[in-house]
Design a protein around this ligand. Structure first.
Ligand code: ADP
Length: 226
């Protein structure tokens, strides 16, 4: 394993380049996440944090600059290689859980493992272990609609960690929850991240949550300012 879980080197991204509605979203952004480090990405709405997370998560490509995950330069990989890297090396959590509604909590965590070549029985064991760790083991057979918002998000955390990635990217992971639930669910996420030694970049508006991470990066008008 490389000492640096993620390196973003001089990333630039502009939407609608050269047109009247051009938006320069990221202007020379460089970020390094050491192994095991948990970093808060603090940014006002529209500052470019989703764009940055999507580029780090290989869901979008920068115009210029490089993305290295666990020491490998992913910037110019083809679609198949990017998909493989996303599936095995990177976990992504959104503000909304995006669980598959027709499958149980357990199945939602089993499916990404099957896609990654894990056997069914091993995948079920790991899914149960993850659900137990975040306190929703008793809800394993429920579909997402039968779960509370906090429980849905805990299941989404387990799904992101299903294939034991080294890097977790999260975009306002508790932004959709009331303050008390957000605090508890964030605590469960942090416990899981610390226990597994994950490196994480977690976008949030919430300064109380940001202070519980190792350090803070601020993104303003497309630049990292500290
Ligand atoms: P944040 O997550 O910080 O709210 P985003 O990364 O979603 O910010 O967006 C940053 C800016 O880029 C916004 O002004 C947004 O309107 C613009 N933007 C995002 N995606 C696109 C796109 N696909 N086409 C054009 N503009 C976009």
């Amino acid at each position: 394993m490389n000492d640096q879980a993620l390196v973003l080197n001089a990333i630039c991204k502009t939407y609608n380049a050269g047109k009247p509605n051009e938006v320069r979203v990221l202007r020379d952004v460089s970020v390094t996440l050491d192994r095991g480090e948990v970093v808060a990405l603090v940014a006002p709405s529209g500052a470019g944090k989703s764009t940055l997370l999507h580029i780090a998560g290989l869901l979008d490509t920068p115009d210029t600059g490089d993305v290295l995950v666990d020491g490998t330069n992913m910037t110019r990989l083809g679609d198949d290689a990017r998909t493989l890297a996303r599936r095995g090396q990177i976990g992504f959590i959104y503000q909304f859980h995006h669980l598959l509604p027709e499958f149980s909590a357990l199945e939602n965590i089993v499916l990404p493992q099957l896609a990654n070549g894990v056997g069914a029985s091993e995948a079920r064991d790991r899914a149960r272990m993850l659900l137990d760790r975040v306190g929703v083991g008793k809800r394993a057979d429920h579909r997402p609609a039968a779960l509370s918002g906090g429980e849905q998000q805990r299941v989404a955390f387990c799904r992101a960690l299903a294939n034991a990635p080294g890097l977790l990217l999260a975009d306002e992971p508790t932004g959709n929850l009331d303050p008390t639930t957000s605090d508890q669910v964030f605590g469960a996420l942090m416990d899981l991240v610390r226990e597994t030694g994950l490196s994480a970049l977690i976008a949030t508006h919430n300064m109380d949550l940001a202070k519980r991470m190792d350090r803070m990066l601020r993104l303003e008008e497309g630049r990292v300012v500290g």
